[in-house]
Design a protein around this ligand. Structure first.
Ligand code: PSU
Ligand code: MN
Length: 301
C-alpha cells in the first residue's frame, strides 16, 4: 500500500513542487547519527528553497511517501532494515517488512505518487570488474523505464564510470551536467568524462523534463551536479582510498547488495571521515538544485 503524507498529497494535486528523497542513504549509506542529521538537513534545504520534501521508505509493508522525522530517526538507528531494490519489493510488501529504498525503488514509488523529481547523492552503476561479476545496479534499468528525474553528484569511482555511461546511453537515458560539461565523480567535480549535454540553469532542466513528458519519451533523466569546489576531496587521496576499499572488499569476498554499503563505510574509515563530510555537503547542494528545478517545472504546467 502507498501511504502518502497529506502535505505531499495536497502539493502533488495542486501542482506545487515536491522533491522525493531515498532512505537507503540513511540506513546503509551513512553512520548514525550523521545519517539522520543529514536527512533532516536535506529536507530543510528543500523547504528553504520553497519545495516540499518527501522521504520514501517502507514500514510494515507500506510504502511511505513523506516520512516523519520520527520515522527518519528509526530508519537511521535501527539495525537490520533491508535494502530494497526492485526485485525485493513484492516480498517486502507480502511479508510486511521494513525496507530502505534505493534509487531504483524510490523512483518507482515516487512515480506512483506523482512526484517527478528525486534528489540523492550518488546512483548505483556498472561496478568495476562487471565484465566478470555482472554487478550492474538495478538503478540503471530503472532510469531506463521510470519517468522520474534524478539529481545526483555523478557516480563515484567505486564504479566503472565509462561503462556506466555506455550502459545509460544504450538504455536511452539522458546524462546531463548541471552547469558543467564534465561528468562529476561524486567526491570530486572531475572524472575526465563528458556528459551528453550541459544544462545552463534550472529552467533549462525543467524544459528538458517537460519535453520528455509531452513527447511520451518514457524513462528517467539523470542530472549530475558537481560537488562545490570547497568541499571537494583531493583526487589522489580519494582514489587511493577507493582502491584500498575495493581491495579489502575482494579479500573479504563481499558481493551483491552489500558491495555499495561496504565501500561507502570503508572509504569513510580510510579517510577518517573526510569522505563522509564531502558526501553530506554534496547531498545538501543537490537538494538546493533539485528544489530549484522542480519549482521551474511546476511553472510550465
Ligand atoms: N551511492 C551513494 N550512496 C548511496 C548509494 C549509492 O553514493 O547510499 C545507494 C543508493 O540507494 C543506490 C544504491 O540506489 O546504493 C545502489 O546499490 P546497488 O549498487 O546495490 O544497486
Ligand atoms: Mn549490485
Amino acid at each position: 500500500m502507498l501511504k502518502i503524507n497529506p502535505e505531499v498529497l495536497k502539493a502533488v494535486r495542486e501542482n506545487r513542487p515536491v522533491v522525493a528523497l531515498e532512505s537507503t542513504i540513511i540506513s546503509h549509506g551513512m553512520p548514525y547519527p550523521k545519517n539522520v542529521e543529514t536527512a533532516l538537513a536535506v529536507e530543510k534545504v528543500i523547504r528553504d528553497h520553497g519545495a516540499i520534501p518527501a522521504t520514501i521508505g517502507i514500514i510494515n509493508g507500506d510504502a511511505i511517501v513523506g516520512m516523519t522525522p520520527e520515522e527518519i530517526e528509526l530508519f537511521g538507528k535501527t539495525k537490520g532494515i533491508l535494502k530494497a531494490s526492485r526485485r525485493d519489493l513484492p516480498v517486502v510488501y507480502a511479508k510486511k517488512l521494513w525496507a530502505a529504498t534505493t534509487v531504483a525503488t524510490t523512483m518507482i514509488i515516487a512515480n506512483q505518487a506523482g512526484i517527478k523529481l528525486f534528489v540523492t547523492g550518488g546512483i548505483g552503476g556498472v561496478h568495476r570488474g562487471a565484465q566478470e561479476t555482472m554487478d550492474i545496479s538495478a538503478d540503471l534499468q530503472e532510469l531506463a523505464k521510470t519517468n522520474v528525474t534524478v539529481v545526483c553528484a555523478g557516480a563515484k569511482a567505486i564504479l566503472d564510470l565509462p561503462l556506466t555511461l555506455e550502459y545509460l546511453e544504450t538504455m536511452g537515458v539522458p546524462v546531463l551536467g548541471y552547469q558543467t560539461e564534465e561528468l562529476p565523480a561524486f567526491y570530486t567535480a572531475h572524472s575526465g568524462l563528458k556528459v551528453d549535454y550541459k544544462l545552463d540553469n534550472a529552467h533549462e532542466a525543467a524544459l528538458t523534463m517537460h519535453e520528455k513528458e509531452i513527447n511520451n519519451l518514457s524513462g528517467g533523466i539523470l542530472i549530475t551536479n558537481p560537488i562545490p569546489e570547497e568541499y571537494s576531496m583531493d583526487k589522489k587521496v580519494i582514489d587511493a582510498a577507493i582502491d584500498k576499499a575495493i581491495e579489502m572488499m575482494n579479500e573479504k569476498g563481499i558481493k551483491g547488495k552489500e558491495t555499495t554499503p561496504f565501500l561507502l563505510k570503508t572509504i569513510a574509515e580510510i579517510t577518517s571521515g573526510d569522505s563522509l563530510e564531502s558526501n553530506i555537503k554534496l547531498v545538501l547542494n543537490n537538494a538546493a538544485v533539485g528544489a530549484e528545478i522542480i519549482k521551474e517545472y511546476c511553472k510550465l504546467k
